[in-house]
Design a protein. Structure first.
Length: 128
């Protein structure tokens, strides 16, 4: 019985941890961040694309942080208004996890696949 309680407690901590992020994920943030939406994107190597506004910015919600993994192939990304290409942008490797802080950066995020289409899994967070 003690082992079962311990296992349930450990599972609860894991699930809770996966749905919240410390404010330290974003420099200058001082509030806990709570997950509220997610999406899976396919970013091609022919057209730059960004996060989906209807997913990360539903009415009455301000996104604070996007945590994403690049599951397949790499990406070149920009957040300054320029369009990434195979030679322009910051290169992000596959099989890694990245974060974008702030609603302005999230709305301006653009990515293009390098070496083929990239699968990107995103979780969006808002301040609690």
């Amino acid at each position: 019985m003690k082992r079962l309680i311990g296992l349930v407690s450990l599972l609860a901590v894991f699930v809770f941890s996966a749905s919240t992020v410390s404010a330290q994920a974003c420099p200058g943030a001082n509030r806990e961040l709570v997950a509220y939406a997610s999406e899976k994107l396919t970013i091609t190597d022919s057209t730059a694309a960004g996060f989906t506004a209807s997913v990360y910015a539903p009415a009455g919600t301000t996104v604070a942080y996007a945590n994403f993994s690049v599951a397949t192939n790499g990406l070149n990304v920009t957040m300054d208004g320029t369009t990434p290409t195979s030679t322009v942008g910051v290169a992000l490797a596959a099989a890694a996890v990245y974060g974008v802080c702030g609603s302005s950066n999230i709305s301006r995020f653009l990515a293009i696949g390098t070496g083929g289409s990239a699968t990107v899994n995103v979780i969006y967070y808002k301040a609690k």
